[in-house]
Ligand binder design. Sequence first.
Ligand code: ADP
Ligand code: NI
Length: 214
Amino acid sequence: MSEAIIEKVRHFAESHFADDGSGHDWWHVHRVWNMAKHLADAEGADRTIVEIAALLHDVADWKLNQDESQGMNTIRELLAGDLAPATVDRICDIISKVSFKGAGVETPTDTLEGKVVQDADRLDALGAVGIARTFAYGGNRGRLIHHPDQPPQLHGSFEAYKNNQGPSTNHFYEKLLLLKDRMNTGTAKQIAEERHRFMESYLDHFFKEWNGEL
Ligand code: ADP
Ligand code: NI
């Protein structure tokens, strides 16, 4: 039963994100799905809920939608015929809480399944893949790679974070380097450590090259 629903949702997600050029393409979803399965098994979370929420986690994302409620309606319509209303509500609740909203803004998740999906999504923002996604997103939105006179800001509100137009390098200080300490599960914290170190070493190289030291 759950295998058929997961297959249907996978199929939907694959076509929905096929053409995205902002680092939120199907392969991002695929990586998050795989990582979410791994974390779910390690942490003892419900696999079906986690897999469906992971596959749909970016459908209603504020960065990709003019109207987030439209994305949520799409998710509800997709799942309504196959799952009990309470299960659909659980999945939508996880998806509505997954996103990062600024350095000073808390993004709590109240279920183990929500923690697992949020960690899986955040792990894909880190490391070598995370670096590639950051510059892909920046290019997609017309941002500069770096600007020495535009320092990073630690946004205190979701509104300020949303309206930010800074260069892509700022994103490391405004979000990515903060994620290691904001992982929910022990399994994700461990994976985040190595990816964090790699980003630090990348940035060290980047600024040495920028300053003519390498
Ligand atoms: P979240 O919901 O936590 O933001 P996503 O799956 O939507 O997670 O992916 C977020 C990714 O999009 C970031 O990790 C980064 O790669 C890219 N991104 C988002 N905002 C910016 C930004 N202002 N500058 C550069 N990249 C960004
Ligand atoms: Ni995502």
